[in-house]
Design a protein around this ligand. Structure first.
Ligand code: GDP
Ligand code: MG
Length: 176
């Protein structure tokens, strides 16, 4: 499959302000950058190796406009990372809506699509509105991997989120 190896597509979904761009940029550059254009949607490329296989990862950091069509990520992505902020109850309810739409698409397409649920901003513990066990329960309901993390602090953990998602993708491919 060429020199770039296998190509996988991962889309990040979640309410505005939960840290999708911060997590993406942290994973790509190891840096936390405070401000991005919050209305920007962009796709990034990263090369990884997993079990000696070369992998090209394309990561879509989404921004949802009211009139925009979810097909652009639903049809594009091989896996999803659904993000909420542990400091925002509404963003947690938003995550559930995204999970529902992925599952609905999954059923209609017959595709096996790994989902990772992420509770971001754990550095803001004192403002926590969503408990870790609520996050875990939601992840179990939708058969997702689950992590709590902070794009502001923990590169290793942010890396694990993407690695874990990639590992699931490789597992699915092996079964095919
Ligand atoms: P997006 O709309 O989901 O892409 O959210 P952004 O990545 O643009 O982040 C929104 C705001 O939250 C920005 O001001 C970020 O600096 C901030 N932010 C993102 N992740 C974290 C985090 O883990 N901890 C803290 N304290 N702030 C964060
Ligand atoms: Mg963003």
């Amino acid at each position: 499959n060429g020199s770039g190896g296998t190509e996988y597509h991962i889309a990040l979904l979640g309410a505005l302000g939960v840290g999708k761009s911060a997590l993406t940029v942290k994973y790509i550059t190891k840096r936390f950058i405070m401000e991005y254009d919050p209305f920007l949607e962009d796709t990034y490329t990263k090369h990884e190796t997993m079990e000696k296989e070369d992998i090209t990862l394309k990561i879509m950091d989404t921004f949802e406009k009211e009139e925009s069509n979810p097909d652009r990520y639903l049809k594009w992505a091989d896996a999803f990372i659904v993000v909420y902020s542990i400091t925002g109850r509404q963003s947690f309810e938003g995550a559930r809506v995204y999970l529902d739409s992925i599952v609905k698409f999954q059923k209609s397409s017959g595709k096996d699509i790994p989902i990772t649920l992420v509770g971001n901003k754990v550095d803001l513990e004192r403002y926590r509105q969503v408990s870790k066990s609520e996050g875990k329960t939601l992840a179990t309901q939708y058969e997702c991997l689950f992590y709590e993390t902070s794009a502001a602090e923990d590169y290793e953990l942010v890396n694990k989120i993407f690695e874990g998602t990639l590992r699931e993708l490789c597992r699915i491919k092996e079964r095919q």
